[in-house]
Design a protein around this ligand. Sequence first.
Ligand code: GLN
Length: 230
Amino acid sequence: EKATEVAKKYIVATDTTFAPFEFQNEAGEYVGIDLDLLAAIAEDQGFTYELNPMGFNPAVQALEAGQADGVIAGMSITDERKQKFDFSTPYFDSGVVMGIAKSNEDIKSYDDLSGKTVAIKIGTEGATFAESIKEKYGFTTITFDDSSAMYMDVMSGNSVACFEDYPVMGYAITQGVELKMVTDMEQGSSYGFAVGKGKNTELLDMFNKGLENLKANGKYQEILDKYIKK
Ligand code: GLN
């Protein structure tokens, strides 16, 4: 190694608010399962990175445009995305679920969405699912950039439901967000760390190796337990 060689600092893009995977704590620091995992993996593998919390869809677009080296954002490993991105080993299983206002007693199934407005978050698996059933159940969609704005629209009564990842909606509800789930979770994809297709392969390799090490030494489980209380 030449003395002049400067270690690469990777740019990792993430969502702004997707608790318990990424969110700001009271001190304004970005924490959560994804970010704690990334920090622990970087330490284990000895790489440095700059975190760029920009929202989910912008993060995915930045990765596609080569403006970010990686994305960690509760990003579902889907076949469509595999055309553009390479994913790490899956690190968390997820699925999509409908959320309605806590006080709503009218919506019991997708059939009750007929003629109503449903809130979705741009570029997400939940949005794709809602779009896939909207004709069948006769509802229209309204889009939001982030999960909290989407929840707010449902709580205010402007829309009757939203579609979100089960662990994220579940966590929001435990944190006092006034929503509830009345239907079963839809089969969903697991989360993975993503890089551009054929790009940053060394970063992807380090992520996978670090994840494996964290699983073996108990740190992975420790991080999950910190955010998901049994
Ligand atoms: N898991 C979902 C997806 O990949 C949502 C991710 C997010 O909103 N941060 O589409």
